[in-house]
Design a protein around this ligand. Structure first.
Ligand SMILES: [Zn+2]
Length: 337
């Protein structure tokens, strides 16, 4: 298979990306060896072969187990650098990267190592990779909200360079309401707010994220199509939805790409972007997602450009930077017209 020229991809923002979910099997083994940590697989190929999931939980189990190899600041830096290198090839020009502080604190990894490793690389990302970045601290909705609040206070106290907060992990049975205080604190501190909702759970979870958490953006949110009133509201307010169609199929939230609600969401006038979520686990970086969605749904160049434009519009960047990126998307669209 030949790699298409970069101009075959629109410039885009990636808004839904978990840095821990970018751990490639090769790097996992390299870090395991460096840190003297065992992995329950003989080699990277066997680990990759295990990436067959029944649902969100079966993925989260393996994903969490692999995190054991991430121990030091250098590990987090290597992980971040590897993602940015690959993302640049995918046409990513701006990335809003989530990390899960609690996943590392519970393993005894200091917050300073996690934040220092990621942020140190992000600081130079524009110069080194041509990608502007923002960092989002995501909290686990299946853990005690008091712990999330404590971690948020620690991040604020250490002046961690975070632009926003998110909410992720197991959605079903873990409502957003108990996290209202965490989000209120984030809002008071001037942080932007996104939240996973309506991935495996119902549309009501999206309403809760908007009303109770004051989320400005929804991650996944595919269940919105079950609720026409909610669709009308998010269209009117142009709430960005960060879709991950390949992830949805791999975790069986959607049976096949051809059945993904993306076209219905576009048709309704929603502000939707396509993203990779956890690329090696789902076998697709965002350029692969673009290819897969384009093929399955028969998207035109104009529609691909519209999705890329929506990725910048849905970002937490200031309007003047968004405008600059939108001009680049328009140039890409016009070049193929
Ligand atoms: Zn996600």
């Amino acid at each position: 298979m030949t790699t298409p020229a970069p101009s075959s991809r629109p410039p885009r923002a990636e808004l839904h990306l978990h840095i821990e979910g970018t751990l490639e099997p090769d790097l996992a083994f390299e870090l395991a060896a460096r840190n003297g940590v065992g992995l329950p697989y003989p080699d990277p190929a066997s680990l990759r072969a295990a990436y067959e999931f029944e649902d969100l939980q079966s993925f989260l189990d393996l994903y969490s187990a692999n995190m054991a190899v991430l121990r030091t600041e250098a590990d987090f830096a290597d992980l971040t650098r590897a993602y940015l290198t690959r993302a640049a090839r995918a046409g990513v020009r701006h990335a809003e990267i989530s990390f899960d502080p609690q996943a590392h604190l519970v393993r005894g990894v200091p917050l300073e190592a996690v934040v220092g490793g990621i942020a140190g690389v992000l600081e130079r990302s524009e110069a080194d990779h041509g990608i502007s970045t923002l960092l989002i601290a995501a909290f686990h909705r299946d853990r005690d909200p008091a712990d999330a609040l404590d971690v948020l206070e620690r991040l604020l106290a250490m002046r961690a360079p975070i632009a926003g907060v998110g909410l992720d992990n197991a959605e079903v049975g873990n409502p957003a309401a108990p996290f209202a205080d965490v989000y209120a604190r984030a809002e008071a501190a001037g942080l932007r707010r996104t939240a996973h909702a309506g991935e495996e759970g119902p549309a009501a979870n999206i309403r809760d994220a908007l009303d109770l958490l004051h989320a400005e953006r929804i991650d996944h949110g595919i269940a919105v199509v079950q609720d026409p009133d909610l669709v009308a509201r998010v269209v009117a307010q142009q709430i960005p939805f960060t879709l991950c169609p390949v992830s949805n199929v791999r975790l069986r939230a959607v049976p096949a790409l051809a059945e993904h609600p993306l076209p219905a969401m576009i048709e309704a006038g929603m502000l939707v972007s396509i993203n990779s979520d956890d690329p090696p686990y789902f076998g697709a970086y965002v350029d692969d997602v673009d290819d897969a969605v384009t093929a399955a749904l028969g998207l035109t160049r104009d529609q691909r450009a519209a999705l890329a434009a929506a990725s910048f519009r849905g970002s937490f960047l200031p309007p003047e930077r968004v405008a600059g990126y939108l001009a680049d998307v328009e140039a890409w669209r016009a070049a193929g017209a």
